[in-house]
Design a protein around this ligand. Structure first.
Ligand code: IMP
Length: 192
């Protein structure tokens, strides 16, 4: 069995992100939204998505600390932007059980935004424990562990330009270095 396989290539990601950007642009016409990216995983997605939006869009980030099996979160680094009365679009890399996002929505609602929506690159809907509203979804996937385009394993691989699925987690954990060589070998170097 192959340990890793590319599941969404960089061109497909780019096309999908641009189409989400077009949908958001149309839906938010005249509403001046603020994008709130969840560090660190949302960084590549937010960077690309924001460049498909009108130039006036505001961008901010916050960082979460997760604790407990039930997915409780607190905000460890808060955004500098006041969201009271603003149209907020939370930008996430992946929604899995939904626990993180549902806690985050609860926290953000206390700040009384004019509206709160979520854009996620990946939706692992079959693993959902708590229902969450996702207005913009890039790709729906199964329950495989994914890496790349913001998604990490022990803080690594976020910088890959495509999405990879780990098919054999044990083999991957035994030898992550050789696998990173495999991934980079398969990617087209910048400028070529
Ligand atoms: P949730 O609270 O279960 O929805 O988990 C969301 C968080 O779990 C994401 O923001 C990721 O940090 C992490 N996560 C879930 N699935 C994956 C994956 O396939 N690869 C990398 N991180 C993942």
């Amino acid at each position: 069995m192959k340990t890793l396989t590319e599941v969404v290539d960089a061109d497909t990601i780019a096309r999908r992100v641009a189409s989400l950007g077009a949908a958001i642009t149309a839906d938010y016409e005249g509403r001046d939204p603020v994008l709130l990216g969840i560090l660190k995983g949302a960084v590549p997605f937010l960077a690309d998505l924001s460049r498909s939006l009108p130039a006036e869009v505001e961008i901010d980030f916050l960082s979460l600390t997760r604790f407990g099996e039930e997915g409780r979160v607190s905000i460890s680094v808060d955004s500098a932007t006041s969201i009271t009365g603003r149209h907020v679009i939370v930008v996430e890399d992946i929604v899995d059980t939904g626990l993180t996002l549902s806690y985050l929505h609860g926290l953000l609602e206390t700040r009384e935004p004019a509206s709160l929506a979520t854009a996620t690159l990946i939706d692992k809907s079959t693993r959902r424990i708590v229902g969450v509203d996702l207005q913009y979804r890039g790709f729906e996937v199964g329950d495989e562990f994914l890496l790349g385009y913001g998604l990490d394993w022990n803080g690594r691989y976020r910088n890959l330009r495509s999405l990879w699925a780990v098919m054999d987690l044990a083999a991957f954990q035994d030898d992550p270095e050789s696998l990173s060589r495999q991934v980079f070998a398969a990617e087209t170097p910048i400028g070529s």
